[in-house]
Ligand binder design. Structure first.
Ligand code: ADP
Ligand code: MG
Length: 257
């Protein structure tokens, strides 16, 4: 990838975008090129990862525990730095941007985790409104937007509840609403159904699919073989830090899980 000054990044992105539209290609939202991550402990969590995800895709990332899936997510969020290689997400050359620009990068993404990560002493409303307050959205607009995302996840009636008063599936739906409140281009979910029973897992996956159909790119790390096989989406399989398969309309068919 070219060496560029930070202020040039957005311009280059637009040029790149024009070029691809001319060529009739879809626009990439994530590009990893020859990415490796070795932790200080000496663990090679990712080796030689190159991959591209386009705007509008729904992608599953599967693989055994310890194969490097969460490391990949953390690299996209710039929570950790790659040892080598280049990472592009949503108009940012992630491996190069300055610390000051990290919040701007992260605002283009919504993130959902296995353990929900809601603020326990705050209401559903406050949990969701928080992300809007942080970027200075006026109170009137926050109220409107929180109502919108809560209706998207069918939880309007729980707006004043505390997370403890909700089921696991409901808590995850709140976390999804929170992830969507700032209208991200990209939604990353790291084992979002890991703590849920099958019925709730399906509800969450159906919701993620619906969000994808409305235009958000969705990347889901999961162990849920049944769901992956049924949904017929693109499936990227990671094993020991390497991509061992990448299939459109794939299934959870590689290796023993
Ligand atoms: P997965 O999400 O697929 O279970 P991870 O990306 O969490 O895998 O971990 C990949 C490998 O990197 C594992 O061997 C794990 O023990 C190691 N690892 C993860 N995080 C760290 C860290 N902060 N320091 C050292 N090793 C780590
Ligand atoms: Mg993980």
């Amino acid at each position: 990838m070219m060496k560029l000054k930070d202020e040039q990044v957005e311009t280059v992105h637009e040029t790149e975008q024009d070029r691809m539209l001319e060529e009739g290609k879809r626009e990439p939202i994530i590009i990893l090129k020859d990415v490796a991550k070795e932790y200080k402990s000496g663990v090679h969590a990712l080796k030689n990862i190159s991959l591209r995800i386009d705007k509008g895709e729904f992608v599953f990332i599967v693989g055994t525990s310890g194969s490097g899936k969460s490391t990949l997510m953390k690299l996209l969020l710039k929570e950790i730095e790659p040892t080598t290689g280049s990472i592009y997400v949503n108009g940012f050359f992630v491996h190069r941007i300055r610390r000051k620009q990290i919040p701007k990068l992260r605002r283009t993404m919504g993130v959902v985790f296995q353990n929900f990560r809601l603020l326990k002493d705050r209401s559903v409303y406050q949990n969701i409104a928080f992300a809007q307050k942080a970027i200075g959205v006026p109170a009137v607009r926050i109220r409107k937007r929180v109502a919108e995302v809560l209706s998207m996840v069918s939880l309007i009636d729980k707006v004043h509840a505390k997370p403890m008063e909700l089921s696991g599936g409901e808590q995850q739906r709140v976390a999804i609403a929170r992830a969507l409140v700032n209208q991200p281009m990209l939604l990353l979910a790291d084992e979002p159904t890991g703590n849920l029973d099958p019925a709730n897992s399906w509800e969450i996956m159906d919701l993620l699919e619906e969000i994808n159909k409305m235009g958000t790119t969705v990347v889901v790390v999961t162990h849920n073989r049944e769901i992956v096989d049924a949904m017929k989406k693109r499936v990227i399989t990671i094993e020991k830090g390497e991509i061992i398969s990448d299939e459109q309309r794939g299934g959870y068919t590689h290796g023993e899980y």
